[in-house]
Design a protein around this ligand. Sequence first.
Ligand SMILES: Nc1nc2c(ncn2[C@@H]2O[C@H](COP(=O)(O)OP(=O)(O)O)[C@@H](O)[C@H]2O)c(=O)[nH]1
Ligand SMILES: [Mg+2]
Length: 692
Amino acid sequence: MKEYQTGQIRNIALVSHNGAGKTSLVERILFKTGAITRMGAVVNGTAHMDFEEEEVHRNSSIATAIAPVEWKGVKLNLLDTPGFLDFIGEVNSAMKVADSAAVLVEAVSGVEVGTEAVWAAAEAYGRPRVLVVNKMDRENVRVRRVKESIANNLSGHFVDLQLPIGEGPAFKGVVDLLHMEARVGEKGDKAPIPADMQSAAEDARAALVEAAAEGDDALIEKFLEGEELTGAEVARGLKLATLNGVVTPILYCAGETGVGVDALLDAFVDLLPAPNEVGGFTATDARGESATYEVSDASPLAVFIFKSREDNFGKTSYLRVFGGTLASDSRIWDGARNAEVRVGTLQIASGKETSPIGKLHAGDIGTVVKLGDVGTNDTLGDRGKVLTIAPIVQPDPLASVAIHPATQADTAKLSQSLNRLVAEDLTLHWSTEPSTHETILSGMGQAHLDIAVHKALSKFGVNMRTTTPRVPYRETITKSADADYTHKKQTGGAGQYARVALRVEPVEESRGFEFASEIFGGAVSAPFVSATEKGCRQALEGGVLAGYPVVGVRTVIYDGKMHPVDSKEIAFQTAGREGFKEAVRKAGPMLLEPIYEVTVTVPADNMGDILGDMNTRRARVLGMDQEGHKSIVRAEVPLAEMQSYAADLRSMTQGRGLFSMKFLQYGRVPGHLQDELVAKLRKERETEGEAE
Ligand SMILES: Nc1nc2c(ncn2[C@@H]2O[C@H](COP(=O)(O)OP(=O)(O)O)[C@@H](O)[C@H]2O)c(=O)[nH]1
Ligand SMILES: [Mg+2]
């Protein structure tokens, strides 16, 4: 592919609820622009943007793919994102590098939960957008209904850029209100406006002109004085109004059949901003000072890595040049890692196909392989002027599984492959939970985690099984108690002797463990006091109830006894450990569980069900809000009750509910549940012991 100057580029994120037709639309565009000679289809796994093995298998996108196409001399970098909410991370990274978004709405279903989620993402990134009503050819399309759905569920000032000619199977094309002409058929041929639509078109045109005038103060003045705006003024005003988010134009098409797609591409070129039209990019320099730079070849070099993808051939880094130009076979500085990086051949990726390019100008998107340690979110640039662009903001994980490698060989490769998985996907996290000894993988939902596990096998050859993670309980005490413990051992030669008298007292759980000595007169020498403390600390790792870490305990040693020959550090360690356990047993030990702050957003009709369900989860509801047609519930809920919430919420709301959760604090397991839970957890420990 040839080089394009900044002004000749449009970076557009295609976003929507799953299945609104983004990938099929891109397929059509690739075909229309001659980038491919045969149309593939999502349904049989041949779409060019759905090339990942899992995408072919599922007939649906799970990762962002890029389609660079040329239309009217302008390069459109179309970012085809996944719509399924488990992959919202891919939408966020696409938003980071796009200058605008095209939000697709399915003509029959209208606005869905995923539409609202991507709308919110576009809003969070401040991206100007157009709304595309897609699949206009489907049975039962009612334009009036879909427009109502848009007006009721999305915030914005929507204005028709086009009027559809026919709806459902009768959809033939669109009336372009900017140029007042019809565009019909698969090729978008220009034609006169149908006679029966003439007056509707004039009314819609008037509304469009008024909206365009809002884009610019000079225009609104002229408009209010009753003067006619020229065609060029309307176009300019509309572009500005769209850019500033004052207006969101609505377009209509059937991506799969191609009807309306020519006019859509024209609008992308004419209405959506080039990279240098969005007010620059913000970066911090080596001293931490933040400034805004123009997206221009003349600006300091700033290349942002927004995606990394690994396969058997190595790592591909997806990058966008924000400032300066990036050339093939050059050297560049990675500020995040303080290291020089050799850039090999730059590539333009179209789905999985790549073609080499000598140079990328400011604003353009490309890929490069084998960038070493360079990771997503790194900014590359000049060593002499290190700039850092803020990382992509990603949501907290919503679901977790415990990972169990299938064989010894898998165990050996486990952490390395988990590291590779999370490097590719910043909404995926892994850690080992010390209290349960489990390896935990967390992500945005069950499907997200399933795919990650599958990827580990198909890409890295690591086989793992998953289970519901154990809840990382903790143990604490509720009152003070004493123990006077003597450790005595007399076997053959040298014996062991230690006596300690100690007291445990409850303190705030956040204070963890504290140890003090009130020994007077040398009943226990200083080294043996330390040994006692060491013994207590050993006992903290596995509490007396069910072996979970003990927190919120202050321990005081206040008496004891030494033996001139048999007292040794090891003896005091044992006495400390056993004495501590004995005291804790008498101190009203109790289980603590992690509590999360949960926010649930559902259609107002579902509010009652959600609250009723929360009751069964031992939740403490903190507040309820109404936002348009949505109800928002905030509650504190024990993690133990949230393990399958994603699936449960989906079935309670027919997929129209959203939630987020964040760790808040540890809280006491209610008294009436303690005994049963302790018995259950002990049993788990036993079977775990047998398994090992
Ligand atoms: N009738 C009709 N079906 C479409 C159209 N575009 C896509 N589809 C179908 O809708 C389904 C989802 O399409 P896809 O492109 O994967 O949607 P995405 O999830 O937004 O990428 C597939 O079965 C497509 O064949 C269209 O314009 N008209
Ligand atoms: Mg798709």
